[in-house]
Design a binder for this molecule. Structure first.
Ligand code: GUN
Length: 297
């Protein structure tokens, strides 16, 4: 058996198209475009790439992109003042402060300063709490994207055994909440889990989000499992390579012979994150404008 490759890139392209169409309808109804503000402090090269991609995708979806690039030595007071200004700006529906921040800035204080109703990253404790108790808030983009891929493929997840490997606030914990809401039986595994292979063995759904190259071995998987690989790890360059290959947290080549379906790296979960960010921003725009959120979002 060769596992089906879950094409996150194609799924994300369709989602961006749908968001683009609905963004046009939003503009008609609201008399303005939906707006996303992205704040980047410093010049971290990976963050610069992400921020540029977010800007391009936002504009391509027919939404307004407000980019704020601040010097690396920006004070916390200045950053908080900018967030306050964006909180109060009616043209801004979503606010994203790109992480990681330089060491002298406290990420938790900065996230806490974002209005929960503009927190399209879903990182604010209010949104984490809303997710925990089943209220409408904003769900972090990566786990929500994983969930979309899972339900697209599997439909009803009721009663399925799901194992999430990794317990970060950004992926593992919200992922587990979403799976629980969908009536899966959920286990969160992490670096202290005893006998991880046997925990993974019982899973119908495996979500790997640990950030360690090819840590999850093919022989750990149950035959027919659905595997979502959130990891993006660069291997050391092999002979003749300038840069090492990008791989996930799962041994893809081995898993292909055992799983029913698996997301590739790259081209799986990665492209979903920005598409979901646009989706969350358009949801925020509808709520902020007092308009009903379209079902198809
Ligand atoms: N840095 C890497 N991914 C993300 C993300 O999804 N949101 C924010 N704010 N920063 C990030």
């Amino acid at each position: 058996m060769t596992a089906e490759r879950i094409d996150g890139k194609a799924f994300a392209a369709l989602l961006r198209e749908r968001v683009g169409a609905l963004a046009g309808q939003f503009e008609q109804k609201a008399g303005r475009k939906a707006g996303l503000a992205v704040v980047l402090v410093g010049e971290d090269p990976a963050s610069q790439v992400y921020v540029r991609s977010k800007h391009k995708a936002t504009v391509a979806a027919g939404m307004e992109s407000f980019e704020h690039r601040l010097p690396v030595d920006t004070s916390e007071a200045d950053l908080l003042a900018l967030v306050e200004q964006l909180n109060a700006d009616d043209a801004v529906d979503g606010i994203l402060v790109q992480l990681p921040l330089p060491d002298h800035l406290d990420e938790q204080s900065v996230i806490a300063s974002i209005s929960p109703d503009k927190d399209v990253d879903g990182f604010h404790v209010t949104n984490a709490g809303r997710l925990a108790v089943g209220q409408n808030g904003f769900v972090p983009c990566t786990p929500l994207g994983c969930m979309m891929l899972l339900t697209d493929r599997l439909g009803d997840l009721s009663g399925l055994e799901a194992v999430v490997i990794g317990r970060s606030n950004i992926v593992g914990k919200p992922m587990a909440q979403l799976l629980l809401d969908a009536n899966a039986t959920v286990t969160i595994a992490h670096s202290r889990t005893k006998d991880l292979p046997s925990v993974v063995k019982r899973a119908d759904i495996v979500v790997a989000a640990v950030g360690r190259a090819e840590m999850v071995k093919a022989e750990w998987l149950k035959e027919g499992a659905t595997v979502i690989d959130v990891g993006i790890n660069r291997l050391p360059p092999a002979e003749g390579e300038e840069k090492g290959r990008l791989v996930g947290d799962v041994d893809y080549a081995g898993a292909e012979g055992i799983a029913a379906a698996i997301t590739p790296v790259p081209g799986g979960v990665g492209p979903m994150t920005i598409a979901v960010l646009l989706r969350n921003t358009l949801v925020a725009a509808h709520r902020n404008a007092g308009l009903e959120v379209p079902q198809s979002l």
